[in-house]
Design a protein around this ligand. Structure first.
Ligand code: NAD
Length: 498
């Protein structure tokens, strides 16, 4: 294969020491489009050494000068957005406008990072004691690393590196080996904006590269986004190696449909949230909780829309839903639909056998809709990560809330209702990190923070916003006085400010 996606270390593309390569497919056609070098421990250690050296000068640069490079970066990404969006579509498969939306969401984090000098300001108190002042400041950590999933090849890395770098850290990114081209492009464009070599590096790879990041003592913090078993592995091993860690995992997001809601609005919201990006979103809504007597009309309206879903290649303007990312993932999702039928759920719309003329080898399936799904079923408990929506019917609001609260995942949830009391009570009591009221995908904007609860996030801090700034900086507090000539005697008691 001629086209090999390389690592980006110290401002240059390099194939490093890799002897292994991963295959990259165009999901729309099913053909292999390129391959990616899978990094070795030596490649990762090289990138970390370069980033460690670059930290010395980058961390000394005034925050305003760092921010100016981010301003320029924003402009350059905007200029190159069509190319980046097409890279996302060609390796992930999602439709063009959806890929565009995800890039804009990433860009908003760059915009947020442009204002970081304001957030790096410390606190100051004059006279904590007589003629004694105290202040605290936030300083960068050193080399930070990011490990990211396939489903948002631009947005999820952009939740991390713009903030880490604006805070004065240097960064090593290990993107998903399924769609790595976007990260390489983002790194190249950052150089064009004036970022010094070695501040942002990309090492491609799989478990070998990830494990090398986890054990290297020069990596001070790890940000991870991916499935729950790997998030837990990263959390445990990063902590064992004395690093800061935030590890975001999988999800099973519920949408509670109250009998008093505007049903057409709820159904439209659910369609986008369940089938957009072919359900390959950590904020996808894969469970609709029909409360009271709304179940029959909800399923009737949904089924018509699911049957009418326009599935096709991501670059076709008419497509509402593209293919899945790989053949293996397609088979896994279809396997879950087979399982749901075996478990006794009612398959109202079956998208398993969809074939597209001219794209027979693409990784497509149609939308699937299950009714009468029960709490005990695996299709309810596990994350499917495909275009499969399960309707669970419950008696009342209390049962709906209990269902959501009892689930092991706690990423996002929504409620559709016209009752303000119910909406407020839900937002206050529900055990989930991100809540929508009459909003289907409540993804917080860049200046708020993104993160789930329960087994959807291991660690203490959410991503981006002020939580991101806290994660990528450590606090130092200084207490000082400038005595003029008076010498004090030794004091052996705990100092008390007088
Ligand atoms: P994944 O867990 O398979 O891979 C994520 C990253 O971990 C990749 O970079 C991959 O190379 C690496 N990895 C995979 N197996 C590994 C192993 N055994 N040891 C070390 N590293 C390993 O996830 P994915 O399939 O790429 O992405 C989909 C998952 O990500 C879904 O579960 C989805 O919910 C989750 N996700 C979560 C969020 C969130 O914010 N909570 C956002 C996006 C995606």
């Amino acid at each position: 294969m001629n086209n090999t996606i390389q690592h980006f270390i110290d401002g240059k593309f390099t194939s490093g020491n890799s002897t292994r390569a991963g295959k990259i497919y165009n999901p729309a056609t099913g053909e292999q489009s390129s391959q990616v070098s899978l990094g070795t421990k030596k490649d990762v250690d090289n990138a970390i050494a370069v980033a460690k050296k670059s930290f010395l000068s980058w961390s000394e640069k005034p925050p305003l000068q760092r921010a100016r490079i981010l301003f320029k970066y924003k402009e350059i990404i905007e200029k190159n957005s069509d190319q980046i969006i097409k890279l996302i579509v060609s390796e992930h498969g999602k439709v063009y406008d959806d890929a565009k939306g995800s890039l804009i969401r990433g860009l908003e984090v760059v915009e947020f990072a442009c204002g970081i000098p304001h957030l790096l300001k410390g606190d100051f108190t004059e006279n904590v004691g007589t003629d004694v002042d105290s202040w605290s400041m936030r300083q960068p950590l050193g080399v930070c690393a990011g490990i990211t999933p396939f489903n948002f090849p631009a947005m999820v890395p952009m939740w991390m590196f713009p903030i880490a770098i604006a805070c004065g850290n240097t960064f090593v990114l290990k993107p998903s080996e399924k769609d790595p081209s976007c990260s390489a492009k983002l790194a190249e464009l950052f150089m064009e904006a004036g970022l010094p070599n070695g501040v942002f590096n990309v090492v491609n790879g799989d478990k070998e590269a990830v494990d090398a990041l986890l054990v290297n003592k020069d990596v001070k913090a790890i940000s991870f986004v991916g499935s729950t078993p790997i998030a837990k592995y990263i959390y445990e091993n990063a902590a064992k190696n004395e690093k800061r860690v935030q590890a975001l995992g999988g999800a099973k997001n519920h949408c509670v449909i109250m009998p008093d809601c505007d049903l057409d609005q709820a159904v439209n919201g659910l369609m986008g949230a369940a089938y957009g990006s072919a359900g390959e979103r950590c904020m996808a809504q894969s469970v609709a909780v029909a409360v009271g007597n709304i179940g029959d009309s909800l399923v009737e309206k949904l089924s018509k829309k699911v049957e009418a879903l326009k599935v096709g290649p991501g670059l076709d303007k008419n497509s509402e839903m593209g293919p899945l990312v790989t053949k293996e993932h397609l088979e896994k999702v279809k396997g879950y639909v087979d399982l749901g039928v075996k478990e006794g759920a009612k398959l109202v719309v079956d998208g398993r056998n969809l074939k597209l003329q001219g794209y027979e080898n693409g990784f497509y399936m149609g939308g699937c809709l299950f009714d009468n799904v029960k709490e005990s079923m695996r299709i309810y408990k596990e994350e499917i990560f495909g275009p499969v929506l399960s309707v669970v019917r419950v008696k009342d609001f209390e049962k709906a809330s209990k269902l959501v609260n009892d689930h092991e995942y706690g990423n996002g949830v929504s409620i559709y209702t016209r009752d303000g009391d119910v909406g407020r009570n839900f937002a206050s009591k529900i055990k989930i990190g991100m809540v929508g009221i009459n909003i289907p995908i409540p993804v917080p904007v860049a200046f708020h923070s993104f993160g789930g609860w329960k087994r959807s996030l291991f660690g203490d801090q959410h991503m981006h916003g002020t939580e991101g700034v806290r994660f990528y900086t450590k606090l130092k507090t200084v207490t000082a006085r400038w005595p003029s000539g008076i010498r004090s005697n030794p004091e052996f008691v705990m100092p008390i400010m007088k």
